[in-house]
Design a protein around this ligand. Structure first.
Ligand code: ATP
Length: 851
């Protein structure tokens, strides 16, 4: 959260007439404080304000830019949204601050220059910059880059937030290009002369730069790290129109109307600022929607943007009230906090987003009034899809990492497995030795006990048995601990796997008696993973490692399967995009149809008018039955045409209402056709009667033919009438053909619309199924991740178990070595005693030995 940065700028005074200085007060600027003082210098209490910066009249645009906005502008290049706006009464220097003068460039010009300078310095990222320029004039948004784009609407979507639909955006590559565009835009801006400013801005203007960037190597990188993300930031540079007092500006007519709109929108801006300054708890509803200005500036006011406000004031005493108002506005704005953050989108997601927006726009055009419902539905779908995409990417990343660590673990396990195998071999070898030695010992003892000498039954011969008292055993062996300095026990047991070391170890050296003492206690030691005996635990371990390996393989297979599915989904997406572009093309064609219909309708109407005029010229007496009939037909016809034209122009804007009124138009056309036919029939009848009864009264005008034709010869009149009638008939036929053609076009258009609608639903279904697949994949991925987690746990347990086994083997080996040594010493002692006995009594000795 960060506070909005607020600064005050005092413009240099303009010469005013004597009578405007009333109380002899003036504004004094000291560091970042501005206060009202009496002319003799004492401050007026309660009229003193402090801000982030206060710039006096001598301050240049360059300094204002450096201190107030430079950091914000540069942060925009790094992905933060930014807004700078100038606020203040009319003629206080807002436009001067934002646009600058010939010698002292304003914030906009400096910002453009700095942005491009910074971009060129960042070599590792590539940038795409789009600019637009709009004005809010009398609460209508106009495009300053394209005069034809007037009264643009504001839309809101989850992805783009609040945006102006149809605003022209120019892609630019250097500062000069932007400044040229701005120059062009300035021409279209509304300025006007008032009593206070010869060139007063009559509209709020917003110059906008959208800065997109991504790492240059992002595409080549295979991982989906944050460096792969696309940053999109929006920078708004706003020059507001100034608040004004009608009495001072002397505005009337157009200026007055403009002034009312300006004041109203500034008042709403003030309301929004007031609400926001009240703090989160009290503020309640913020009336952003009350004006276009506040709606567009919404992110800058309490949203995701860094914002700087420069409030310009006039120093003259005449404007003291307005200056106080501006300072109060600035004080409140100072209390607003924003929450700016870098706007990053993963590149795939950015692409997807754009495509989805296109789909959205296209569908809106196709669906007319249904757009609202569909819009929400599509938004929801799109958001879900985006979420799934992100989740999938995250899972993929995790899976990748896990795969890597599994590989490493696998390798490690393999190595350890080899070591354990070696150990097991050695252990079984030692087991064999031990058995044979024990057997030999047992044999000897048997022989001893079967002898008569009680000496053999004494403790000297009993000591080496495995069940002997541990203390005695230890006491006996203590001599060995002082023998050679070589220790058979390696520091790191896991490194001992070769036979040499084992042999050395079994030669009878021990390093530490404590480790021997531990041996008898071994059985009562708790074993953390169940009752595992030495022989079976190695086997179990092998089996379990195999199982884990199998599980890992299965998980990998599953992962590959998922990747395959993902590829299929991407292909499906491509296919959908293809279909959408076709639909787009069709939409363009369909959109042209009502336009063409409109044109042909206009030509039909002209022809019809001609026909009627010609018919009416034959009927001078408008009150006669034919005259009345003709005028009625004319009225109906023209109404019909205007109806038709209205319908067609509606069709261009609203497809649905066009379809609804279609049958009515058809009926009207039929009535018109009938009426015209009957007119032609009556005229033909009149012609016939005229031929039969030259001197009789003309049925059309109620006079004689001579009178009707003002003295023309009946033959020539008849000829003329005949040719006119022929022409009318031809025109009528053409009209009928045109109508038929138009009907056909209408029918085609409707069919196309139906087809598109069907296609849309098909596409929607496909998308739904795609979404289902995506969610299925996500679930599968989640399951795989869980499985992996379990495998990892198992592996850790195994590693622990292996450590325990190693310890066991180590203890066993030490005990075994010591026992072997005891046995050997016993054997030595035994043999020496036998020798002694033999020397004393060779017969007894040979008897006792059985030799
Ligand atoms: N700091 C300044 N130094 C020199 N001249 C200034 C300064 N500020 C404003 N002026 C001059 O004062 C006049 C009015 O300024 P400007 O048009 O920028 O006011 P404004 O606030 O934009 O007014 P409006 O709201 O009516 O458009 C201009 O002639 C401008 O050159």
């Amino acid at each position: 959260m960060e506070k909005i940065c607020v600064a005050i700028r005092v413009r240099p005074p303009v010469i005013v007439s004597e009578d405007t200085t009333i109380n002899g007060t003036y504004w004094k600027v000291e560091e970042n404080r501005i206060s009202l003082h009496k002319s003799h210098g004492s401050p007026i209490s309660g009229v003193s304000y402090a801000f982030d910066h206060v710039f006096d009249e001598s301050c240049t645009n360059s300094r204002v830019y450096e201190l107030l906005t430079k950091d914000l502008i540069l942060a925009a290049v790094d992905g933060f949204n930014g807004t700078v706006f100038a606020y203040g009464q009319t003629s206080s220097g807002k436009t001067f601050t934002m646009n600058g003068s010939q010698n002292d460039g304003g914030i906009i010009h400096r910002a453009v220059k700095d942005i491009f300078e910074k971009i060129h310095m960042i070599s590792e990222r590539e940038f795409l910059i789009r600019v637009s320029y709009m004005e809010i004039y009398n609460e209508e948004i106009n495009d300053l880059f394209a005069v034809e784009n007037q009264k643009l609407p504001i839309h809101e979507s989850l992805e783009r937030g609040v945006f102006v639909a149809g605003l022209k955006e120019e892609i630019v590559s250097n500062g000069e290009q932007v400044l040229k565009l701005i120059e062009g835009g300035e021409v279209n801006r509304h300025f006007g002369e008032t009593n206070m400013n010869a060139r007063s801005s009559r509209s709020h203007t917003i110059f906008r730069m959208v800065i997109e960037s991504k790492r240059k190597d992002a595409n080549s990188s295979s991982d989906y790290s944050s460096s792969d993300a696309v940053r999109v930031s929006v920078l708004n540079l706003v020059d507001l129109a100034g608040s004004e007092r009608i009495a001072k500006t002397g505005a009337g007519g157009v200026r007055l109307k403009e002034g009312k709109y300006i004041n109203k929108s500034l008042m709403i801006l003030g309301n929004v600022i007031n609400k926001l300054s009240e703090g989160a708890k009290q503020r309640g509803h913020i009336p952003y929607r009350d004006s276009k200005l506040t709606r567009i500036l919404q992110p800058a006011l309490g949203g995701n943007a860094k914002t700087s406000i420069i409030c310009t004031v006039a120093p003259e005493e005449l404007h003291i009230e307005e200056t106080k108002g501006t300072l109060q506005f600035a004080s409140r704005a100072k209390r607003i906090t924003n929450c700016a953050q870098v706007n990053e989108i993963l590149s795939d997601a950015a692409l997807l987003k754009r495509q989805k927006l296109e789909i959205e726009e296209l569908r809106k055009k196709l669906q007319g009034s249904r757009a609202e419902v569909l819009e929400q539905e599509i938004l929801k779908l799109r958001n879900d899809m985006l979420k799934y995409e992100l989740e999938r990417e995250k899972l993929e990343m995790e899976l990748k990492e896990e795969r890597k660590s599994h590989k490493e673990r696998d390798q490690c396990i393999k190595e350890q497995q080899m070591k354990i195998d070696n150990l097991s071999t050695s252990a079984s070898f030692s087991d064999g030795d031990r058995n044979s030695i024990q057997n030999a010992g047992r044999q000897i003892l048997k022989e001893e006990f079967s002898g008569s000498n009680s000496v053999f039954k004494n403790d000297v011969f009993r000591t080496p048995t495995l069940k002997a008292d541990s203390n005695a055993f230890v006491g006996k062996r203590s001599n060995y601990s002082r023998l050679p300095d070589f220790s058979p026990l390696p520091d790191n047991y896991s490194n001992v796997a070769d036979e040499d070391t084992w042999l050395k170890m079994n030669k009878g050296f021990i390093a530490d008696l404590d480790s021997i003492q531990m041996t008898p206690a071994r059985k009562v030691q708790s074993f953390p993973f169940g009752d595992v005996t030495l022989g079976s635990s190695t086997e179990d371990y092998k089996v379990e490692v195999q199982n884990l390996k199998r599980q890992l393989e299965l998980a990998l297979e599953e992962k590959n399967e998922l990747e395959k599915k993902h590829l299929e989904q991407l292909q499906l997406n491509d296919h959908l995009m293809g279909e959408i572009s076709e639909l787009k093309h069709e939409a363009v064609v369909i959109r042209e149809i009502p336009q063409r219909l409109c044109e042909s309708m206009a030509s039909c109407r002209d022809t019809y008018k001609d026909v009627l005029l010609t018919l009416q010229s034959f009927v001078p007496d408008g009150d006669s039955s034919i005259g009345k009939f003709l005028s009625t037909t004319s009225e109906i016809g023209l109404t019909l045409f205007s109806n038709l034209e209205k319908r067609f122009s509606m069709a261009m804007d609203d497809h649905k209402s066009f379809n609804e009124n279609d049958s009515l138009v058809q009926e009207n056309c039929e009535v018109l056709s009938e009426r015209l036919k009957s007119t032609i029939t009556s005229l033909a009848l009149a012609e016939k009667l005229a031929v039969q009864n030259k001197e009789e009264k003309n049925p059309i005008c109620g006079s004689t033919y001579k009178e009707c034709t003002l003295g023309e010869e009946p033959a020539s009149w008849k000829e003329k009438l005949g040719s006119e009638l022929g022409a009318i008939k031809e025109k009528l036929q053409a009209l009928e053909k045109e109508l038929e053609h138009n009907n056909q076009l209408l029918k085609d258009s409707r069919e196309r619309h139906d087809t598109m609608e069907r296609d849309y639903w098909l596409l929607k279904e496909e998308r739904d199924s795609l979404l289902e697949k995506v969610s299925e994949s996500s679930q599968n991925l989640a399951a795989v991740a869980l499985q992996k987690e379990n495998i990892l746990k198992d592996l850790n347990i195994e590693a622990e178990r292996r450590k325990y086994l190693e310890k066991e083997i180590k203890q066993f080996s030490v005990a075994f070595a010591s026992r072997q040594r005891s046995f050997m010493s016993f054997q030595g002692e035994f043999l020496s005693k036998v020798e002694k006995l033999r020397a004393q009594s060779p017969i007894a000795a040979s008897e006792s030995l059985g030799c």
